[in-house]
Design a protein around this ligand. Structure first.
Ligand code: IPE
Ligand code: IPE
Ligand code: MG
Length: 251
């Protein structure tokens, strides 16, 4: 926590953050989602292959999880691979799949130590048996952890999620039922709607992320490329959230 307190002190001095913004303030968001974008551009600027950007992006994710954990964020949802990302060059997709498997093996024990629960949202079809086993292992290993839940959106699409939920409801004979609780058919029914959605790299779109859940999320965009994102950037986003007035359609 002290590292972040120091960062917050610097941000206050530079007037990036309101004087009275505290990490534990009531208005600090507890449910945060991130579209981790810009790995390819980070690599291209250095004349490196895209996978080098993804590897650097993995480091940024590690930093961000640590900072989110320290600020008391309860749920962090990150977009790791979309249903549309299969359209990328085969070499990039293969390298990404390999990297995800390695990251699970390497990082989950540390996350488990921090009492972080890991959950995957997305379609399981199309993923290799090896990766599916690693994902199941990560979820089972961390299932009793409760300091923070890390939702990793993998082979995830917001439209696929809504379609899959509708199909599951239909199987239960519930589709079209006015009283139906749609949320219970989503990939992670107990996930809260993100209060804050962050997207890096300057793009200002959802790209099929959490379409149903982000109905009233506050949106925060930064030009920073994902591999450059750090704890201070997360704090800036949290601080900006603290200045927003949420109305949910009411007065
Ligand atoms: C996001 O970075 C990571 C994934 C989509 C897997 P990109 O690879 O989309 O980076 P840009 O947008 O090409 O810079
Ligand atoms: C969204 O980024 C997906 C992830 C970050 C995993 P993309 O780079 O795929 O989105 P577009 O193509 O710019 O909309
Ligand atoms: Mg992109």
């Amino acid at each position: 926590m002290s590292g972040l307190r120091n960062l917050l002190g610097n941000l206050r001095r530079s007037r990036t953050v309101r004087e009275d913004f505290f990490l534990d303030a009531e208005n600090a968001p507890r449910y945060v989602a991130i579209i981790m974008d810009g790995n390819g551009r980070w690599a291209a600027r250095r004349h490196l292959p895209a996978i080098a950007g993804h590897r650097e992006g993995a480091k940024a994710l590690k930093r961000t999880i640590k900072a989110a954990h320290e600020t008391g964020i309860r749920e962090l949802s990150v977009y790791a691979f979309s249903t549309e990302n299969w359209q990328r060059p085969q070499a990039e997709v293969n390298a990404l799949m390999e990297m995800f498997g390695e990251l699970i093996d390497k990082e989950v024990p540390e996350l488990d130590e921090k009492e972080v629960q890991v959950r995957f949202i997305g379609r399981r079809s199309g993923l290799s048996g090896d990766l599916l086993r690693k994902m199941a292992w990560a979820e089972n290993t961390t299932t009793a952890n409760s300091t923070m839940t890390l939702y990793i959106a993998f082979n995830y699409g917001g439209r696929s999620e809504i379609e899959d939920a509708f199909k599951a409801a239909a199987v239960n004979g519930k589709a079209g039922d006015g009283e139906m609780d749609f949320r219970q058919y989503l990939y992670a029914p107990d996930m809260h709607d993100p209060e804050l959605l962050i997207r890096t790299s300057g793009e200002k779109r959802l790209s099929n992320f959490l379409l149903w859940q982000c109905a009233y999320s506050e949106l925060y965009f930064t030009d920073k490329l994902w591999p450059e994102f750090n704890g201070e950037d997360l704090l800036k986003a949290l601080a900006e959230f603290g200045l927003r007035q949420r109305r949910f359609g009411a007065r």
